[in-house]
Design a protein around this ligand. Structure first.
Ligand code: 13P
Length: 243
């Protein structure tokens, strides 16, 4: 069985103090539903303090990105080794904002996948189609090419997050029917790529306490990757409780 995850992607929000307050509030709640693992992904500058604040708790910490080289002339970048120094266990890779705003290619994301696993981190590989691609009936083709490229010769533990670009930050989540259909297609593609059915497949895109009870019941949904709603501890806890 695939493990379940409830992942917060805070994007460029929250400073270290706000992150620690969030951890403290979340830790005061019952985090023993035993169903899903919580991973909070703050900005790079908060990683050390977040790992410290969440030690000895049910909360894990992840980064939002990393570079694929060990070191070198890459101004502003952070390597997997540097992430290891903070003791994070997870890293989000290939988020649509990295792909579309910062021009990351499938090749770069693949190199990051290889490097993160080599470095002992568990990557959360994001895939997803944009509105044009969905409307022109190319969703499966896009997802297949992102998966083939991202996972080529990748051996080790990883998580996959399906995030339709048109659902991110728009308040317009995919319907449970759409998620059921797309997650089933992704599972088929993964099976063709010989990926174990134990690999967790998360949904992301306007996830909120209003839609998680329904989405959590969908087959092949092994958790959520949450943006906006993860900035509110009550909303995040409500989503976690639905898993
Ligand atoms: P929203 O939940 O704000 O739509 O963001 C989703 C996302 O991008 C998580 O990685």
């Amino acid at each position: 069985m695939a493990s379940k995850y409830c992942v917060a992607n805070w994007k460029m929000n929250f400073n270290g103090q706000q992150g620690k307050e969030f951890v403290s509030l979340l830790n005061s709640k019952d985090l023993n539903n035993g169903q899903s693992q919580i991973i909070l992904c703050p900005s790079f500058t908060s990683l050390f303090s977040m790992v410290e604040a969440s030690s000895n708790s049910a909360i894990s910490v992840g980064a939002q990105n990393m570079h694929f080289e060990d070191s070198g002339p890459y101004t502003g970048e952070v390597s997997a080794q540097m992430l290891n120094e903070t003791d994070v266990k997870f890293v989000i890779l290939g988020h649509s904002e990295r792909r579309h705003v910062f021009g990351e290619t499938d090749d770069m994301i693949h190199a990051k996948m290889v490097q993160s696993i080599k470095s002992g981190l568990t990557p959360i590989l994001c895939i997803g189609e944009n509105l044009d691609e969905r409307e022109s009936g190319n969703t499966n083709q896009v997802l297949r090419s992102q998966l083939e490229a991202g996972l080529a010769d990748v051996n080790g533990e990883y998580i996959i997050a399906y995030e339709p670009v048109w659902a991110i930050g728009t308040g317009k989540s995919a319907t449970s029917e759409m998620v059921a259909e797309t997650h089933a297609s992704i599972r088929n593609i993964l099976a063709e790529l010989n990926v174990s059915e134990n690999v967790s497949l998360l949904y992301g895109g306007s996830v909120s306490p209003q839609n998680t009870a329904e989405l959590a019941a969908v087959e092949n949904v092994d958790g959520f990757l949450i943006g906006g709603a993860s900035l509110d501890v009550e909303k995040f806890y409500s989503i976690y409780s639905d898993l």
